[in-house]
Design a protein around this ligand. Structure first.
Ligand code: AMP
Ligand code: MN
Ligand code: MN
Ligand code: MN
Length: 285
């Protein structure tokens, strides 16, 4: 079960553990021929990834993953084939990172009140950059003996309703899709199976996403069960969305979320790369 396309992955520029260059090399080793680097709210890893891609013969798709909000639900949108330096996109990403920073400080304060001082500084040191997210807090908590593993740290401290949780203030879904489109990108509704929405609400989300200019839905992805793949395929058919494929790789050592370790797309769906091809050819001509 391996795919030459992997259009969702993270590096140390956000909450992945491999540098962009190491990520690209690992993708090549796992048979990936086209890789999208889609760090949370930043494009900082793209130049290094692009250089490594040339060296390894991997085609790099410049991407980003935005955290957005739709009707009070956190919804992630992957942007593919973006022009990274587009000013509207970069302004939006800078605002998101500012809000991320404020949220991280609030989470640090909450954890301190819960008897765990120094978590913000610890998470920031692990992040090594501007994007401090809950993964970094989870890693800090595990290292500090406050959780068996990342999932346990989330369950005990970081999930909604737990002592370290602070609510995020992400960009509205439609506005975030607008940033990606302004930068010439293709907007993909990420991992729809993860939102814990009823089938009806998920259809309304897909309709709103399409209405906002979204082009595709992630059908095969590292966190989808076979039933969730089928449900996402249903959304693609019903709403006329293309289909994407991505592992959402963050770190080695997680066998079910490895680069390129992805089932094939249902044959009747239009892959997101095929949906984009006519415009790409125009661009080349
Ligand atoms: P944030 O954007 O700060 O809310 O952080 C969310 C990130 O935490 C996601 O991108 C995942 O990488 C990670 N994450 C979320 N839930 C879990 C979990 N239960 N176990 C491990 N990592 C998680
Ligand atoms: Mn992440
Ligand atoms: Mn996501
Ligand atoms: Mn992701």
């Amino acid at each position: 079960m391996s795919s030459p396309w992997d259009l969702h992955s993270h590096s140390t520029a956000s909450d992945g553990t491999l540098t962009p260059a190491a990520l690209v090399r690992r993708a090549a080793e796992h048979g990936v021929r086209v890789l999208a680097l889609t760090d949370h709210d930043t494009t900082d890893g793209l130049p290094e990834a692009a250089e490594a891609a040339v060296a390894t013969g991997v085609e790099l798709v410049p991407g980003v993953e935005l955290s957005t909000v739709w009707e009070g639900v956190e919804v992630h949108v992957v942007g593919l084939w973006i022009e990274p330096d587009h000013p509207a996109l970069q302004e939006g990403l800078a605002a998101q990172r500012e809000r991320r920073g404020a949220r991280a400080r609030a989470m640090g304060e909450r954890l301190a009140r819960a008897g765990i001082p120094g978590a913000y500084e610890g998470a920031r040191a692990l992040a090594g950059g501007e994007v401090v997210n809950r993964s970094h807090f989870a890693r800090y908590l595990v290292a500090a003996g406050r959780g068996r593993d990342l999932g346990d740290a989330f369950d005990r401290y970081l999930r909604q309703g737990r002592p370290g949780y602070a609510p995020p203030e992400w960009v509205d879904l439609a506005e975030g899709v607008g940033w990606i489109r302004a930068a010439g990108g293709t907007a993909v509704l990420a991992h729809p199976g993860r939102y814990r929405l009823s089938a009806g609400r998920l259809r309304r989300l897909a309709a709103a996403f399409r209405e906002a200019g979204g082009a595709a839905v992630e059908v095969v992805c590292g966190s989808h069960t076979p039933a969730q793949v089928q449900a996402a395929a249903g959304l693609a058919r019903r709403h006329g969305l293309a289909a994407s494929v991505g592992s959402d790789f963050h770190a080695p050592g997680n066998p079910w979320r490895e680069l390129g370790r992805l089932a094939p797309l249902p044959a009747d769906l239009t892959p997101v790369w095929a949906a984009r091809a006519p415009r790409a050819r125009e661009g080349v001509a």
